[in-house]
Each structure stands twice: as structure tokens, then as C-alpha cells.
Design a protein around this ligand. Sequence first.
Ligand code: ADP
Ligand code: MG
Length: 347
Amino acid sequence: MKGLLGLAVLFCVLLCGCGAGTAAGQHGPRQYADTAMGTVVQQSVYCADGEEARRFFDSSMELLRGLERELLSWRMESSETYRVNALAGNEEGIGLSEEFADMLRRCLQLYEDSQGAFDVTIGRAVRLWDIDQWAAGEQEGEFRPPEPAAVRQALAASGSDKIRLWEGQQLRIFLPEGMELDLGAAGKGLALERLQELLDGTEGISGAVISLGGSVLTYGTKPDGSCWRVGIADPEDSASYVGVLELEGQWCVSTSGDYERYVEADGVRYHHILDPATGYPADSGVRGVTVLSKEGLIGDGLSTACFILGPEKGLALADRYGAEALFILENGEVIMSEGMRDYYREQ
Ligand code: ADP
Ligand code: MG
């Protein structure tokens, strides 16, 4: 969390440091930071009424914690993900809420389109690697990578193509015995979509930037008309930026990087994005991917998928979804889609 807070502060500095200054009668952004969904939530909101802004902050935190508690968490017994995992192997299947069904459908489509790189059924392997216990920059002295046989076993229990869905009164799902869903690669993106709806329904907020760790939502406009600036972290030193995206209006910016969550053991560095083909941390020569999209969940899923696929296949995949992508490679090279150039400014 310490590293995350450092990033959050930097984000704040970047936001405050841009734009053309505040003219008379205009108010600056109202800043707010807290934690939810295992990450730092950083908000910068333009709202004339302080109380209204405060109410928005409170409802947004409630929304995020509710999403985790009721939908996304694999750990909390109250969540739908937990319930589905607990009933894996049940031949009658499990009834899904509309919200869960919609999320899952989009995740399964992305599994297909990414040739299996994005796979929310990879939970067993994520548990085996104990990824949720890792944090960026923290060295876990006792960490030992799992045995290859255990990795193979965990992989054998995964594969979105083994899920069956059918329509009853509500959509039902069959999960093979031993399979576990993990929504870690898409949950923050979904949260950005919900936050956007909340902003739409809140009068008085003219513009906002909200970051949930590596996923950022920009919304509306700034009073002085200047654009939103979202930094792209330098994987070599995630406290500084390689460049900035200059954006107008609503966008979702999602980044997946090997520096966000990792551990080291015997001089080897293990990061948190697993290649479903091997069960090991993806090794595609990529250190970070940033995806610019309109749809939060898809952007979040795409950044994970692109990280695994590498630039060539990743760019083709992003293009299919009408999203822009930027890759930072191990050798420091930056590769981006043609459309990304309109927004990217090198630092
Ligand atoms: P972050 O959540 O740190 O922003 P990502 O969006 O890239 O990063 O998601 C990584 C998380 O997704 C991991 O912590 C794990 O829970 C899960 N995950 C890891 N590999 C995959 C994969 N190939 N497909 C889907 N989810 C994955
Ligand atoms: Mg992701």
C-alpha cells in the first residue's frame, strides 16, 4: 500500500500542475483519497458545492465497496463470485444476477478474442501463486515459486471455454469442479463504468478524474477548458512518467504493468499477470501496457490481455475493440497504435 500511496500523490501533483490556472469565479478541483478494492482511490472533482462533492465522494466509496462485497471479491462470502466458485461442479448450474451475467459475457468474449490470454477462470493459479499477498516493491523473503506440477494442476482446472451458460428465468452458469473465477483483471474497469453512471446522475459535477490504482476515468470538462492529463508510469521508476495522455471528456485509461505487483525470490522477479498458456508470469517482452477506451471493463481486460499477447497481437486486438494501446517494452522502446499518437505527449 505504501508504494500505491506514493503513486497516488504523484497523480495528484500531475493533475494540479496542469491547465491554465483558475480564473475568478472558478473553483479548483476538490481532492479526495481513500482505499477500496485493494487499491488507492484518488479523486479530483470539479463541483461548485462542497457538500455535494462530499456526498459524491461518500457515495462513490460506498459504490466501490459494495461492488467488491456483493459482486467481485473471491474472498468475501457475501459476493456473487464467491458463491459461484463455491458451487463449482454443481450440475444444475448457478443462477446469475443480470449485472454478473453482463460482466461475465463480456469477459468470455474477450477470452475468445484474445485467444485465451484474458481468462477469468485462472483463479486457482492466481491463488497458487498467492498473488493477492504481493505488493509492488515489497520483497517477500520467504516467497518460493510453486512446483511445476502444482502449476499444471491449477491450469488444468481453468479455461473459460469449459464454462457453460444457458438461459432459464435468469442466466445460469456451470463451472467445472475445481475451477475458480478471479475478476482481478476486469473489476476495476467495471467499477469505472459504475462511477461514470454515478457521475451522470449527480448534478453539479462538471468534471472529474478518478483513479483506482492503474485504472483512470476522466469525465466532463475543467472550468478553464484545459484537457485532462493522465500520466503513463515509467516501468523503470514507477514514480515518474514516460509520457502523458491529453484527453477531453470521458475516457477510461487502464494500465497493466509488471511493476504494479511482484515478488522476488533467488534473484528472479515474479509479477502478477499470468499467461494462461503456461501458468507462469507472462514473458512477452512487455513491461507495461496502457489502453485508452470508452468502456472501462473492456479497457481493463484489454490491458491485461495485451500485456500477455505482446505488441503485435495486442495492437490487433485493441483495434478490434476500437481502443488505443501503448506498449513499453523491456528494452525501453515505446510502441503505440496510430490513434494513440493523437493523445500521447512524451515527457
Ligand atoms: P491490476 O489489477 O494490478 O491493475 P490487471 O488488470 O492486469 O492488473 O489484472 C491482474 C490481476 O488479474 C491479477 O492480480 C490476477 O488476479 C488476475 N489475472 C492474472 N492473470 C490473468 C489473466 N491472464 N487473465 C485474467 N486475469 C488474470
Ligand atoms: Mg486489467
